[in-house]
Design a protein around this ligand. Structure first.
Ligand code: FE2
Length: 246
């Protein structure tokens, strides 16, 4: 039994949206997902998909993308990404009822993997605009956007704490934290997300959202304050699922 993660599938079986313009790594990427996930993930394994599943704008435009995910091996757990318009956070229970036994939607709840609680939420990071000098150093940023970002971070932190607390009340003391957004932006060393990861002593933080080589170093990768941080964006991994736990 093993725990895997992969993010940002950006499927578009029903939407007219090709990812090919983003580079050769995206060419027929759904075929790569199918091939590599089937090669690695066994029926008894768990696969967490860390958001941005579908380009569909509403559930009826995402059915084929979700059916594709359903057909992948293992137990599938889905996190909300910024592009997952089909998934209203307040209607997660409805999705879980509809897809019971097929897909699990992780939001204001948690999932169990052996003696670990899998907790998570979309997260948020301020991505600018930043103002740079001639040397490319950041000299300032859009204050209004930064204010808005702080609000979104607070809302996501409340959702995340709810996920942790439900797990803790049920007796869990080991956690894996999943986020869609990176835990920090390019200027931050720490954030409320790294702080809560340390507060609960999580075994790993897993995130995606960063696409393209110039974004792969935006946030923490490797061990930071004793916690491993894993970037699992599909294009970063060339769509091979990453193993999080044995
Ligand atoms: Fe994203």
């Amino acid at each position: 039994m093993a725990l895997y993660a992969l993010g940002d599938l950006h499927l578009s079986f029903q939407a007219d949206k090709s990812m090919d313009v983003f580079g050769s790594v995206w060419k027929r990427h759904e075929q790569k997902i199918e091939k590599y996930v089937n090669r690695t993930v066994k029926p008894e394994d768990t696969l967490v998909l860390t958001g941005d599943h579908s380009w569909g704008r509403k559930l009826s435009e995402c059915r084929e993308d979700l059916a594709f995910i359903e057909r992948l091996p293992g137990r599938k757990i889905l996190l909300r990404g910024n592009h997952d318009m089909f998934w209203d956070a307040k209607k997660t229970e409805r999705l879980n009822e509809e897809y019971a036994g097929k897909l699990f939607f992780l939001q204001n709840n948690f999932a169990i993997y052996e003696d670990y609680a899998l907790v998570g939420t979309k997260g948020y990071t301020f991505e600018g605009p930043f103002y740079l000098d001639r040397m490319g150093r950041v000299t300032g940023w859009d204050e209004e956007r930064a204010r808005q970002a702080r609000k979104l971070v607070n809302r996501e932190m409340n959702r995340l704490r709810e996920s942790f607390e439900q797990a803790r009340k049920d007796g869990f003391r080991k956690y894996v934290l999943f986020l869609h957004y990176p835990p920090t932006n390019i200027l931050e060393e720490t954030s409320p997300f790294t702080e809560i990861a340390e507060e609960y002593g999580v075994s790993a933080v897993v995130y995606s959202h960063c696409h393209g080589e110039q974004r792969f170093h935006d946030s923490i990768r490797g061990v930071f304050h004793g916690i491993p941080y894993l970037l699992v964006s599909g294009d970063f991994l060339n769509f091979h699922p990453a193993q999080v736990l044995p």
